[in-house]
Design a protein around this ligand. Structure first.
Ligand code: HGY
Ligand code: MN
Ligand code: MN
Ligand code: MN
Length: 416
Protein backbone atom coordinates (compact mmCIF):
# COMPACT_ATOMS: atom_id res chain seq x y z
CA UNK A 1 0.00 0.00 0.00
CA UNK A 2 0.98 3.66 -0.13
CA UNK A 3 3.19 5.24 -2.74
CA UNK A 4 5.93 3.02 -4.15
CA UNK A 5 9.35 4.58 -3.59
CA UNK A 6 12.11 4.30 -6.18
CA UNK A 7 13.25 0.97 -4.68
CA UNK A 8 9.74 -0.29 -3.85
CA UNK A 9 7.90 0.26 -0.54
CA UNK A 10 10.10 1.37 2.30
CA UNK A 11 10.08 -1.39 4.91
CA UNK A 12 8.16 -0.55 8.10
CA UNK A 13 10.86 0.79 10.42
CA UNK A 14 11.72 -0.10 13.92
CA UNK A 15 11.32 3.63 14.72
CA UNK A 16 14.15 3.93 17.20
CA UNK A 17 16.46 1.91 14.97
CA UNK A 18 15.29 3.79 11.87
CA UNK A 19 15.95 7.14 13.54
CA UNK A 20 19.31 5.95 14.83
CA UNK A 21 20.25 4.66 11.37
CA UNK A 22 19.24 7.90 9.66
CA UNK A 23 21.04 10.00 12.27
CA UNK A 24 24.09 7.75 11.83
CA UNK A 25 23.95 8.39 8.06
CA UNK A 26 23.95 12.11 8.84
CA UNK A 27 26.84 11.73 11.26
CA UNK A 28 29.61 11.87 8.70
CA UNK A 29 28.17 14.86 6.83
CA UNK A 30 29.78 18.01 8.12
CA UNK A 31 31.97 17.78 11.17
CA UNK A 32 33.68 20.37 13.30
CA UNK A 33 37.22 18.97 13.49
CA UNK A 34 37.89 20.82 16.71
CA UNK A 35 35.48 18.98 18.99
CA UNK A 36 33.84 16.17 17.08
CA UNK A 37 30.71 18.30 16.88
CA UNK A 38 28.95 19.26 13.67
CA UNK A 39 29.60 22.41 11.69
CA UNK A 40 27.30 22.86 8.73
CA UNK A 41 25.90 26.29 8.04
CA UNK A 42 23.56 27.86 5.54
CA UNK A 43 24.45 26.65 2.03
CA UNK A 44 28.03 25.76 2.86
CA UNK A 45 29.52 22.54 1.47
CA UNK A 46 28.47 20.31 4.38
CA UNK A 47 24.96 21.82 4.43
CA UNK A 48 24.53 21.27 0.68
CA UNK A 49 25.72 17.64 1.07
CA UNK A 50 23.16 17.04 3.81
CA UNK A 51 20.37 18.68 1.79
CA UNK A 52 21.25 16.27 -1.04
CA UNK A 53 21.05 13.38 1.45
CA UNK A 54 17.60 14.56 2.57
CA UNK A 55 16.41 14.90 -1.03
CA UNK A 56 17.51 11.31 -1.77
CA UNK A 57 15.82 10.01 1.40
CA UNK A 58 12.59 11.88 0.55
CA UNK A 59 12.54 10.75 -3.09
CA UNK A 60 13.18 7.17 -1.94
CA UNK A 61 9.87 7.54 -0.05
CA UNK A 62 8.11 8.81 -3.15
CA UNK A 63 7.98 12.38 -1.85
CA UNK A 64 8.33 15.14 -4.46
CA UNK A 65 11.02 17.62 -3.36
CA UNK A 66 10.94 21.32 -4.22
CA UNK A 67 13.25 24.13 -3.15
CA UNK A 68 11.36 27.33 -2.40
CA UNK A 69 12.56 30.84 -3.27
CA UNK A 70 14.40 31.13 0.05
CA UNK A 71 16.20 27.79 -0.17
CA UNK A 72 13.88 25.87 2.16
CA UNK A 73 13.27 22.28 1.01
CA UNK A 74 9.67 20.95 0.80
CA UNK A 75 9.12 17.19 0.32
CA UNK A 76 5.45 16.51 -0.58
CA UNK A 77 3.32 13.45 0.05
CA UNK A 78 0.42 14.26 -2.28
CA UNK A 79 -0.01 17.25 -4.56
CA UNK A 80 0.91 20.55 -2.84
CA UNK A 81 -2.37 22.31 -2.14
CA UNK A 82 -4.53 24.13 0.42
CA UNK A 83 -5.06 22.61 3.85
CA UNK A 84 -1.66 20.95 3.80
CA UNK A 85 -0.06 19.71 7.01
CA UNK A 86 3.64 20.50 7.25
CA UNK A 87 6.26 19.10 9.61
CA UNK A 88 10.05 19.30 9.70
CA UNK A 89 12.90 21.31 11.16
CA UNK A 90 16.48 22.20 10.09
CA UNK A 91 19.70 20.34 9.17
CA UNK A 92 22.24 23.11 9.74
CA UNK A 93 24.05 23.28 13.10
CA UNK A 94 25.87 25.63 15.41
CA UNK A 95 29.68 25.32 15.28
CA UNK A 96 30.57 22.16 17.22
CA UNK A 97 26.87 21.30 17.61
CA UNK A 98 25.23 18.06 18.57
CA UNK A 99 23.66 15.44 16.29
CA UNK A 100 20.03 15.93 17.31
CA UNK A 101 19.23 19.67 17.26
CA UNK A 102 17.46 19.99 13.91
CA UNK A 103 18.14 16.59 12.30
CA UNK A 104 15.97 14.75 14.85
CA UNK A 105 12.92 16.69 13.63
CA UNK A 106 13.73 16.02 9.97
CA UNK A 107 14.62 12.36 10.44
CA UNK A 108 11.58 11.74 12.67
CA UNK A 109 9.34 13.23 9.96
CA UNK A 110 10.79 10.79 7.39
CA UNK A 111 10.38 7.90 9.86
CA UNK A 112 6.79 9.02 10.61
CA UNK A 113 6.03 8.86 6.87
CA UNK A 114 7.40 5.29 6.91
CA UNK A 115 5.15 4.40 9.85
CA UNK A 116 2.05 5.87 8.18
CA UNK A 117 2.83 4.10 4.92
CA UNK A 118 3.23 0.83 6.82
CA UNK A 119 -0.26 1.39 8.25
CA UNK A 120 -1.57 1.89 4.67
CA UNK A 121 -2.56 5.42 5.72
CA UNK A 122 -3.55 7.56 2.75
CA UNK A 123 -3.55 11.25 3.69
CA UNK A 124 -6.75 13.18 2.91
CA UNK A 125 -4.63 16.35 2.94
CA UNK A 126 -1.17 16.92 1.42
CA UNK A 127 1.68 16.39 3.90
CA UNK A 128 4.97 18.27 3.52
CA UNK A 129 8.29 17.50 5.23
CA UNK A 130 10.18 20.81 5.38
CA UNK A 131 13.88 21.59 5.91
CA UNK A 132 14.39 25.26 6.74
CA UNK A 133 17.62 27.00 5.70
CA UNK A 134 20.20 28.49 8.11
CA UNK A 135 18.09 28.04 11.25
CA UNK A 136 21.06 28.55 13.59
CA UNK A 137 22.29 31.68 11.86
CA UNK A 138 25.72 30.07 12.11
CA UNK A 139 26.92 31.58 8.84
CA UNK A 140 25.03 34.84 8.29
CA UNK A 141 24.31 35.72 11.91
CA UNK A 142 20.48 35.78 11.74
CA UNK A 143 18.74 32.72 13.24
CA UNK A 144 15.83 31.11 11.33
CA UNK A 145 16.90 32.97 8.18
CA UNK A 146 14.94 30.71 5.80
CA UNK A 147 11.70 30.94 7.78
CA UNK A 148 12.20 34.66 8.53
CA UNK A 149 12.51 35.36 4.81
CA UNK A 150 9.40 33.25 4.04
CA UNK A 151 7.25 35.04 6.65
CA UNK A 152 8.64 38.49 5.85
CA UNK A 153 10.20 38.80 9.31
CA UNK A 154 13.38 39.90 7.53
CA UNK A 155 13.36 41.94 4.32
CA UNK A 156 15.11 40.59 1.21
CA UNK A 157 17.43 43.61 0.86
CA UNK A 158 18.62 43.26 4.45
CA UNK A 159 19.06 39.52 3.96
CA UNK A 160 20.92 39.79 0.65
CA UNK A 161 23.44 42.09 2.31
CA UNK A 162 24.25 39.71 5.17
CA UNK A 163 27.84 38.52 4.97
CA UNK A 164 29.50 35.46 6.45
CA UNK A 165 32.83 35.64 8.36
CA UNK A 166 34.68 35.30 5.03
CA UNK A 167 32.76 38.25 3.57
CA UNK A 168 30.58 36.12 1.29
CA UNK A 169 27.09 37.68 0.99
CA UNK A 170 23.89 35.69 1.29
CA UNK A 171 23.13 36.71 -2.31
CA UNK A 172 26.39 35.10 -3.49
CA UNK A 173 25.86 31.99 -1.34
CA UNK A 174 22.26 31.65 -2.53
CA UNK A 175 23.35 31.97 -6.16
CA UNK A 176 26.06 29.34 -5.63
CA UNK A 177 23.36 27.08 -4.16
CA UNK A 178 21.29 27.44 -7.33
CA UNK A 179 18.83 30.05 -6.07
CA UNK A 180 18.00 33.37 -7.69
CA UNK A 181 18.85 35.98 -5.03
CA UNK A 182 16.35 38.37 -6.63
CA UNK A 183 13.60 35.95 -5.55
CA UNK A 184 14.52 35.91 -1.84
CA UNK A 185 11.64 37.28 0.20
CA UNK A 186 8.20 36.80 1.65
CA UNK A 187 6.57 33.64 0.30
CA UNK A 188 2.82 33.71 0.96
CA UNK A 189 2.31 31.03 -1.71
CA UNK A 190 4.34 28.57 0.37
CA UNK A 191 2.67 29.39 3.69
CA UNK A 192 -0.87 30.56 3.05
CA UNK A 193 -2.10 27.08 2.10
CA UNK A 194 -0.85 25.42 5.26
CA UNK A 195 -3.39 24.15 7.75
CA UNK A 196 -0.63 23.93 10.34
CA UNK A 197 3.05 23.28 10.94
CA UNK A 198 4.32 20.85 13.62
CA UNK A 199 8.04 20.73 14.47
CA UNK A 200 9.54 17.87 16.47
CA UNK A 201 12.75 18.84 18.26
CA UNK A 202 15.10 17.35 20.81
CA UNK A 203 14.43 19.10 24.13
CA UNK A 204 17.18 21.62 24.94
CA UNK A 205 17.10 21.34 28.70
CA UNK A 206 16.05 18.75 31.25
CA UNK A 207 12.45 19.67 32.07
CA UNK A 208 11.04 16.37 30.79
CA UNK A 209 13.73 14.35 32.51
CA UNK A 210 12.99 16.09 35.83
CA UNK A 211 9.21 15.61 35.68
CA UNK A 212 7.80 12.85 37.91
CA UNK A 213 5.58 11.53 35.10
CA UNK A 214 7.96 9.59 32.86
CA UNK A 215 6.70 10.79 29.48
CA UNK A 216 9.38 11.05 26.73
CA UNK A 217 7.40 13.59 24.70
CA UNK A 218 6.00 17.06 25.47
CA UNK A 219 4.32 19.87 23.56
CA UNK A 220 5.62 23.47 23.60
CA UNK A 221 3.88 26.44 25.15
CA UNK A 222 6.17 29.39 24.42
CA UNK A 223 9.59 30.65 23.30
CA UNK A 224 11.58 33.44 24.97
CA UNK A 225 12.04 36.79 23.23
CA UNK A 226 15.52 36.57 21.68
CA UNK A 227 17.99 38.99 20.12
CA UNK A 228 21.60 39.16 18.98
CA UNK A 229 23.76 42.29 19.25
CA UNK A 230 27.27 42.90 17.89
CA UNK A 231 29.43 45.29 19.96
CA UNK A 232 32.63 46.50 18.27
CA UNK A 233 35.20 48.05 20.62
CA UNK A 234 37.89 50.15 18.95
CA UNK A 235 41.17 51.23 20.57
CA UNK A 236 44.77 51.55 19.49
CA UNK A 237 46.67 48.52 18.27
CA UNK A 238 50.05 48.42 19.89
CA UNK A 239 52.99 46.38 21.08
CA UNK A 240 52.34 44.06 24.06
CA UNK A 241 55.85 44.50 25.42
CA UNK A 242 56.61 48.17 24.98
CA UNK A 243 53.32 49.97 25.68
CA UNK A 244 52.92 51.23 29.25
CA UNK A 245 49.47 50.74 30.79
CA UNK A 246 48.94 54.52 30.97
CA UNK A 247 49.48 54.69 27.18
CA UNK A 248 47.08 51.87 26.35
CA UNK A 249 43.66 52.04 24.71
CA UNK A 250 43.08 48.31 24.79
CA UNK A 251 39.61 47.28 23.47
CA UNK A 252 40.00 43.87 25.10
CA UNK A 253 39.44 45.54 28.49
CA UNK A 254 35.87 46.83 27.86
CA UNK A 255 35.16 43.72 25.77
CA UNK A 256 35.96 41.37 28.63
CA UNK A 257 34.14 43.53 31.18
CA UNK A 258 31.06 43.30 28.94
CA UNK A 259 31.17 39.51 29.22
CA UNK A 260 31.10 39.83 33.02
CA UNK A 261 28.43 42.57 32.89
CA UNK A 262 26.18 40.20 30.93
CA UNK A 263 26.41 37.62 33.71
CA UNK A 264 25.88 40.25 36.46
CA UNK A 265 22.78 41.62 34.69
CA UNK A 266 21.08 38.21 35.00
CA UNK A 267 21.01 38.31 38.82
CA UNK A 268 17.43 37.97 40.07
CA UNK A 269 15.96 37.43 36.60
CA UNK A 270 14.91 34.42 34.55
CA UNK A 271 16.60 35.96 31.53
CA UNK A 272 19.60 34.67 29.58
CA UNK A 273 22.61 36.66 28.33
CA UNK A 274 25.57 34.95 26.68
CA UNK A 275 28.76 35.95 24.90
CA UNK A 276 29.71 32.89 22.85
CA UNK A 277 31.86 34.69 20.35
CA UNK A 278 34.54 37.34 20.97
CA UNK A 279 36.96 38.12 18.13
CA UNK A 280 40.03 40.40 18.61
CA UNK A 281 41.62 41.98 15.55
CA UNK A 282 44.32 41.27 14.53
CA UNK A 283 44.54 38.52 17.19
CA UNK A 284 48.28 38.28 17.76
CA UNK A 285 49.46 37.05 21.16
CA UNK A 286 51.97 39.90 21.38
CA UNK A 287 49.64 42.54 19.95
CA UNK A 288 47.24 44.84 21.79
CA UNK A 289 44.17 44.50 19.55
CA UNK A 290 43.04 47.48 17.50
CA UNK A 291 39.44 46.28 17.82
CA UNK A 292 37.41 43.52 19.46
CA UNK A 293 34.00 42.25 18.30
CA UNK A 294 31.67 40.83 20.96
CA UNK A 295 28.43 39.06 20.05
CA UNK A 296 25.75 39.17 22.76
CA UNK A 297 22.84 36.68 22.72
CA UNK A 298 20.11 37.92 25.09
CA UNK A 299 16.71 36.37 25.85
CA UNK A 300 13.89 37.02 28.31
CA UNK A 301 10.16 36.28 28.73
CA UNK A 302 9.13 39.56 27.09
CA UNK A 303 10.47 42.33 24.87
CA UNK A 304 10.52 44.93 27.69
CA UNK A 305 12.52 42.48 29.87
CA UNK A 306 14.95 41.82 27.03
CA UNK A 307 15.36 45.51 26.17
CA UNK A 308 15.97 46.35 29.86
CA UNK A 309 18.58 43.58 30.14
CA UNK A 310 20.41 44.65 26.97
CA UNK A 311 20.28 48.35 27.91
CA UNK A 312 21.96 47.51 31.23
CA UNK A 313 24.71 45.50 29.53
CA UNK A 314 25.27 48.10 26.81
CA UNK A 315 25.48 50.89 29.43
CA UNK A 316 28.20 48.92 31.23
CA UNK A 317 29.98 48.37 27.90
CA UNK A 318 29.92 52.08 27.08
CA UNK A 319 31.22 53.00 30.55
CA UNK A 320 34.06 50.48 30.38
CA UNK A 321 34.88 51.61 26.86
CA UNK A 322 35.11 55.28 27.84
CA UNK A 323 37.24 54.40 30.88
CA UNK A 324 39.79 52.78 28.53
CA UNK A 325 39.69 55.58 25.98
CA UNK A 326 38.01 53.29 23.45
CA UNK A 327 34.99 53.73 21.18
CA UNK A 328 32.18 51.22 20.98
CA UNK A 329 29.60 50.61 18.24
CA UNK A 330 26.47 48.55 19.04
CA UNK A 331 24.46 46.89 16.25
CA UNK A 332 21.29 44.83 16.70
CA UNK A 333 21.73 41.88 14.32
CA UNK A 334 18.43 40.10 14.91
CA UNK A 335 15.47 40.32 17.23
CA UNK A 336 12.29 38.29 17.72
CA UNK A 337 9.51 38.86 20.20
CA UNK A 338 8.42 36.13 22.62
CA UNK A 339 6.20 33.49 20.99
CA UNK A 340 3.14 31.78 22.44
CA UNK A 341 2.05 28.75 20.44
CA UNK A 342 -1.58 28.32 19.32
CA UNK A 343 -3.20 27.05 22.55
CA UNK A 344 -6.04 25.19 20.79
CA UNK A 345 -3.65 23.23 18.56
CA UNK A 346 -1.28 22.64 21.49
CA UNK A 347 -4.04 21.24 23.69
CA UNK A 348 -5.53 19.21 20.81
CA UNK A 349 -2.17 17.50 20.24
CA UNK A 350 -1.41 17.08 23.95
CA UNK A 351 -4.80 15.38 24.34
CA UNK A 352 -4.24 13.21 21.27
CA UNK A 353 -0.98 12.04 22.82
CA UNK A 354 -2.62 11.06 26.09
CA UNK A 355 -2.11 14.29 28.02
CA UNK A 356 1.64 14.97 27.65
CA UNK A 357 3.18 17.95 29.49
CA UNK A 358 3.29 21.43 27.91
CA UNK A 359 6.68 23.14 28.35
CA UNK A 360 8.22 26.56 27.62
CA UNK A 361 11.59 26.78 25.91
CA UNK A 362 14.43 29.28 25.75
CA UNK A 363 15.50 28.02 22.33
CA UNK A 364 14.35 29.67 19.12
CA UNK A 365 12.86 27.54 16.34
CA UNK A 366 11.46 27.93 12.83
CA UNK A 367 8.12 26.94 14.36
CA UNK A 368 8.36 30.11 16.44
CA UNK A 369 8.83 32.24 13.33
CA UNK A 370 6.09 30.48 11.34
CA UNK A 371 3.67 30.98 14.25
CA UNK A 372 3.17 34.54 12.97
CA UNK A 373 1.59 33.18 9.77
CA UNK A 374 0.46 29.57 10.42
CA UNK A 375 -1.07 27.64 13.36
CA UNK A 376 2.06 25.99 14.75
CA UNK A 377 2.92 23.43 17.40
CA UNK A 378 6.09 21.75 18.66
CA UNK A 379 6.81 18.31 20.04
CA UNK A 380 9.85 17.89 22.33
CA UNK A 381 11.69 14.58 22.77
CA UNK A 382 13.30 14.01 26.17
CA UNK A 383 16.99 14.93 26.53
CA UNK A 384 18.37 13.06 29.56
CA UNK A 385 21.27 15.45 30.14
CA UNK A 386 19.61 18.62 28.85
CA UNK A 387 22.88 19.50 27.07
CA UNK A 388 22.47 21.02 23.60
CA UNK A 389 24.62 23.01 21.14
CA UNK A 390 27.46 20.65 22.13
CA UNK A 391 28.62 17.21 20.92
CA UNK A 392 27.25 15.58 24.09
CA UNK A 393 23.64 16.40 23.03
CA UNK A 394 21.70 13.13 23.18
CA UNK A 395 18.28 11.47 23.16
CA UNK A 396 17.73 7.75 23.90
CA UNK A 397 16.64 5.58 20.93
CA UNK A 398 13.45 4.54 22.79
CA UNK A 399 12.58 8.21 23.36
CA UNK A 400 13.31 8.93 19.69
CA UNK A 401 10.97 6.06 18.79
CA UNK A 402 8.31 7.56 21.06
CA UNK A 403 8.80 10.87 19.26
CA UNK A 404 8.30 9.24 15.86
CA UNK A 405 5.20 7.42 17.07
CA UNK A 406 3.81 10.68 18.49
CA UNK A 407 4.55 12.58 15.28
CA UNK A 408 2.96 9.81 13.18
CA UNK A 409 -0.20 10.00 15.34
CA UNK A 410 -0.24 13.79 15.04
CA UNK A 411 0.16 13.70 11.25
CA UNK A 412 -2.48 10.97 10.87
CA UNK A 413 -4.87 13.03 13.01
CA UNK A 414 -4.25 16.34 11.24
CA UNK A 415 -4.09 14.99 7.66
CA UNK A 416 -7.20 12.80 7.86
O1 HGY B 1 19.64 29.68 19.35
C1 HGY B 1 18.60 29.04 19.39
O2 HGY B 1 17.82 29.23 20.29
C2 HGY B 1 18.28 28.02 18.36
O3 HGY B 1 19.03 26.87 18.62
N1 HGY B 1 18.51 28.50 17.03
MN1 MN C 1 19.97 25.08 17.94
MN1 MN D 1 17.11 23.65 16.47
MN1 MN E 1 58.26 42.70 16.52
Amino acid sequence: GGLEGAQGPVQPPECGERVSMLLAEIADVGTDRFRGGYARHGFDRADLQLRAWFTEQAERRGLAVYTDRNGNLWAWWGEPGPGAVATGSHLDSVPGGGAFDGPLGVVSALAAVDVLRARDFVPARPIAVVVFAEEEGGRFGVPCLGSRLATGAIGPDTARGLRDPDGVSLAEAARAAGLNPAHLGRDDAALSGLRCFVELHVEQGRQLDLLPERTPVAVATSILAHGRWRLTFRGQGNHAGTTAVADRRDPMIPASSTVLAARRALAGTDARATVGRLVPTPGGTNVIPSSVDVWLDARAPSTPDTRKLVDEIVAAAREASAAEGCAVEVREESYGDAVTFDAALRDELAGLLGGVPALPTGAGHDAGILAARVPTAMLFVRNPTGVSHAPEEHAEPDDCAAGVAALASVLEHLAS
